[in-house]
Design a protein around this ligand. Structure first.
Ligand SMILES: [Zn+2]
Length: 467
């Protein structure tokens, strides 16, 4: 398997720490609002990565956090806590808001066929986060002001390694408006622990700590959860590209400073989804959720297929026309899986061999830095061949569950008629070819009573279910 590693900016051969086992950590949602189809693209990437690893023979221990505290409206410690803001907006408690959006998030993952990772809620790991702050303070990486405990980035010489920028570049890039605490030593120092004072005096979520009541900074939870659940170093850490500069850079600094371990050997980052070539934003009115997609009559798996058509390291421009195309592609694959093209007749040797090859082609494509587009081409080619030469019912039946394991498109489930009915269709086709019209008509009538309609095409009969 080969993966692009943000650390080296190269596609590298993938080697695990322990043979055959992968420790995978992915940054999850901040549960204060609906997930957009842009966010969901990232979770489908995580899922594709984990499916590709399994196909490559690895066991995968995949942990994903849920941020339910400490994520401010600016990633650089300015603004309000997103959860507290969401609670004010909805007139609910922060806990209610978190539960509400976690339920919606789980529903979205299910509809998109994302295999659920081990979930770790930030608020379930408060003790581990406090322990980590303690270690960082003891080792001299942390310092305390009236508002917060900060990580002093000048104490960590390789800070910013993941971005490929050096510190002075970042300093120039730091905006003055994000410096809300004048007693911070360096503009990029980031909060490990906020005190429930000043702008956070009314904070609903707070816990006691050796330094005073408060709540953890957003970056800390991922380092603490990784240390507790998977143990550092891990094999792969993944997230969206916008996390590289601040969140992931800070995670790396915390873990390496506290525990002396590298955080992750491979960093996988997914590109953004654009809508009509623009960044998605509520203010632009181009902010779509899975519910919006479904309300317009699209299948959630058409969205999954649209994501898979693009490479994860490329921006994907979402348009409704593009989703139409993905839905049509999905329908076509379903017709194929439903054996609507032609039942068990006249398949040629070439088509039979293609069944054997397609699984390898899909696996190889995924193993090549998750080239999902190429995997779909292989699948589509087989569907084309089947249309031309007929479907091998047994081979297709054996193949589809394996394709589903790799791509999560639920094609096997689409085999909507039972084997006895398939056999009847075949029997009737043989009667028709033998010009035994009474028998053919009788079998057609029997199928009709079972709710199956037949349409004779030049390629053979195509069945459909009566609606
Ligand atoms: Zn994270």
């Amino acid at each position: 398997m080969k993966l692009h590693n943000t650390l080296s900016r190269k596609v590298e051969p993938f080697k695990t720490i322990k043979a055959g086992q992968t420790k995978l950590y992915t940054c999850g949602p901040t549960v204060y609002d609906d997930q957009t189809i842009g966010n969901l693209r990232t979770y489908v990437l995580y899922d594709t990565l984990s499916r590709a690893l399994r196909a490559g023979g690895y066991t995968v221990d995949h942990v994903m956090n849920i941020t339910d505290v400490g994520h401010l409206t600016s990633d650089a410690d300015a603004g309000e806590d997103k959860l507290e803001k969401g609670a004010k907006r909805a007139g609910k408690t922060v806990w209610e808001v978190a539960d509400h959006y976690i339920t919606l998030f789980n529903g979205d993952l299910k509809k998109l066929n994302v295999i659920k990772p081990r979930i770790a809620r930030a608020t379930d790991f408060i003790d581990a986060q406090i322990v980590m702050v303690k270690i960082l303070m003891d080792k001299g990486f942390g310092y305390q002001t009236e508002q917060a405990i900060y990580f002093d980035i000048t104490k960590f010489p390789t800070y910013g390694e993941l971005t490929g920028q050096n510190l002075s570049d970042k300093e120039v890039g730091a905006r003055s408006e994000v410096i809300t605490d004048k007693t911070k030593r360096n503009p990029q120092d980031f909060a490990l622990w906020f005190f429930a004072v000043g702008r956070f005096a009314g904070h609903e979520m707070k816990w006691p700590s050796p330094w005073g009541e408060g709540f953890p900074g957003w970056h800390l939870e991922c380092s603490a959860i990784i240390h507790e659940t998977l143990g550092d170093p891990i094999d792969i850490h993944a997230g969206a590209v916008d996390l590289i500069g601040t969140h992931h850079t800070n995670e790396m600094a915390q873990t390496e400073a506290a525990y002396g371990n590298k955080l992750a050997n491979y960093w996988v980052h997914g590109e953004h989804l654009l809508v009509d070539e623009k960044r998605m934003a509520k203010s632009l009115g181009n902010f779509y959720t899975l519910q919006d997609v479904m309300k317009k009559g699209y299948d959630p798996l058409a969205l999954r297929l649209l994501y898979l058509q693009a490479h994860y390291r490329h921006q994907l421009n979402f348009t409704w026309e593009a989703l139409d195309g993905a839905q049509a592609f999905l329908n076509r694959l379903r017709d194929w899986a439903d054996l609507r093209f032609q039942p068990n007749l006249g398949h040629k040797k070439t088509a039979a061999a293609a069944y054997e090859e397609v699984l390898d082609k899909i696996k190889q494509s995924l193993a090549n830095d998750l080239n999902t587009g190429q995997a779909l081409v292989a699948l589509s080619e087989l569907a084309n061949l089947s249309e031309q030469y007929g479907v091998d019912v047994n081979k297709l039946g054996a193949l589809l569950p394996k394709v589903d394991e790799l791509l999560g498109l639920d094609l096997a489930k689409r085999q909507a008629i039972d084997q006895p009915l398939k056999e009847l269709i075949e029997e009737r086709e043989q009667a028709r070819r033998a010009k035994d019209w009474p028998k053919a008509d009788e079998l057609r009538a029997r199928l009709g009573r079972e709710g199956i309609e037949l349409d004779d095409t030049p390629h053979g009969p195509v069945w459909s279910k009566k609606s």
